[in-house]
Design a protein around this ligand. Structure first.
Ligand SMILES: Nc1ncnc2c1ncn2[C@@H]1O[C@H](COP(=O)(O)OP(=O)(O)OP(=O)(O)O)[C@@H](O)[C@H]1O
Ligand SMILES: [Mg+2]
Length: 385
């Protein structure tokens, strides 16, 4: 087998847990395509995932996340491409011969079985003695902290507890790879956040590699060592949460992860460190950090996250500043969101952290106030498409 280097898109930003050696990756998905008739659900996906990662597939409904997982698990056959797990070509193996388990989008528990029986069900294909099986179930109950609930039926426990039973059932076989399809979707926000940490803890304890499908970007960012953003069957970008958020490589990814202000612009000149861009909606030129692959005179997009804009009542006397009028203001306690109209009419979102405790009339700005917005050239993202 040939060595394929780890993904290099943003090698400098990869987390320490991601190996960088030339050893083959734990999971290699090579040019995998899935067609249903003439419809392409997954389109030439190439992806490598390392042992012990929590890797998230993030994307809107119908972008092919479940289909990709089903191919990894062996429930769906790729139309083209190969899938390797732990150095072995899995493409033609049936699900039960793969070191993989999948927790489905609707994690149906058996209502007539107790929690313990539901977990033991995950072991039905394993060659184990009854004592070994009981032992494993006990360990799993302990892992997901449900020992006291072993004798209850699913309708006698909470949604979050049911979710943990499903997780324990999927982990019982001790798969090398666990595929989780929207594992937390049924939980309310608080329980979701709590369970995210539990999931990370379980991953840490078992060393299992997790691939998690979600359409919740915050969840993907919290959980994952790395994530892939998908659109229409294709992978748009792969990287750590930080790299995808701070260095999106397309308008799609910039807009999909977090909120962002996007302007059309034209490159005026390119220096070693800064690029000048004419942005009509800003009424002039701005400076942005130079990036590779952007040419003089090119039409580009300029993207700026709301929290990277500084709002002030006085002129900051710096490059990249513009006047505007506060049209909307929302106070969230720890931060405030301003919607500021530029002279061009373009509305810009600005997020400002309320670091200091303020009095009733001490806000940075109020409705209809004239303000200045400014940003650092390093915070401006230049995008080709
Ligand atoms: N068996 C099938 N036959 C035909 N089309 C299918 C089949 N399974 C999935 N599709 C289509 O493939 C596309 C991708 O489906 P998939 O279930 O992978 O999406 P998803 O990203 O998991 O979406 P969601 O977030 O809604 O679960 C969809 O347009 C879907 O309608
Ligand atoms: Mg799905």
């Amino acid at each position: 087998m040939t060595d394929i280097p780890a993904i290099t898109i943003d090698a400098d930003l990869q987390s320490a847990s991601v190996k960088k050696s030339a050893e083959p990756s734990f999971i290699r998905i090579e040019g995998v395509t899935k067609k249903f008739g003439s419809f392409t659900a997954v389109n030439s996906v190439t992806l490598e995932i390392e042992k012990g990662e929590i890797f998230s597939l993030l994307g809107g409904s119908g972008c092919g996340k479940t289909t990709l997982l089903r191919m990894l698990a062996g429930f769906e056959e790729p139309t083209a491409g190969r899938i390797y797990i732990d150095g072995q070509d899995m493409t033609d193996l049936p699900p039960y011969e793969r070191p993989v388990n999948m927790m489905f989008q609707s994690y149906a528990l058996f209502p007539h079985m107790t929690v313990a029986k539901n977990i033991a069900y995950g072991l039905k294909h394993e060659r184990m003695t009854a004592a070994q099986r009981d032992d494993r179930v006990r360990n799993m109950l302990d892992l997901v902290q449900l020992t006291d609930f072993a004798a209850r039926k699913p309708h006698q426990i909470s949604g979050g507890q049911r979710q943990r039973v499903a997780l324990a059932r999927a982990l019982a076989r001790q798969p090398k790879l666990l595929l989780l399809d929207e594992p937390l979707a049924a939980l309310d926000k608080k329980l979701r956040e709590h369970t995210q940490f539990e999931l990370m803890d379980i991953q840490d304890k078992t060393g299992t590699t997790f691939i998690v499908v979600t359409h919740d970007q915050e969840e993907a960012m919290t959980l994952s060592s790395r994530l892939a953003v998908m659109d229409k069957g294709r992978i748009m970008q792969i990287g750590t949460a930080t790299s995808v958020y701070e260095y999106p490589q397309s308008r799609f990814v910039a807009g999909f992860i977090g909120s962002i202000n996007i302007f059309d612009g034209k490159v005026v000149s390119i220096g070693d460190t800064t690029t000048r861009v004419h942005v009509p909606e800003f009424g002039g030129d701005i400076e942005a950090r130079s990036v590779e692959g952007i040419e003089d005179g090119a039409q580009i997009s300029l993207a700026i996250r709301p929290e990277k804009l500084t709002i002030s009542r006085t002129n900051p006397q710096s490059a990249n500043s513009i006047r505007g009028i506060v049209r909307d203001l929302a106070y969230f306690g720890k931060d405030s969101l301003y919607r500021v109209a530029l002279p061009s009419g373009h509305i810009v979102s600005v997020n400002s952290v309320n670091a200091r405790r303020i009095g009733e009339n001490e806000r940075v700005a109020d409705w209809e106030d004239e303000v200045w917005l400014s940003f650092d050239p390093n915070s401006a993202i230049l995008l080709k498409d």
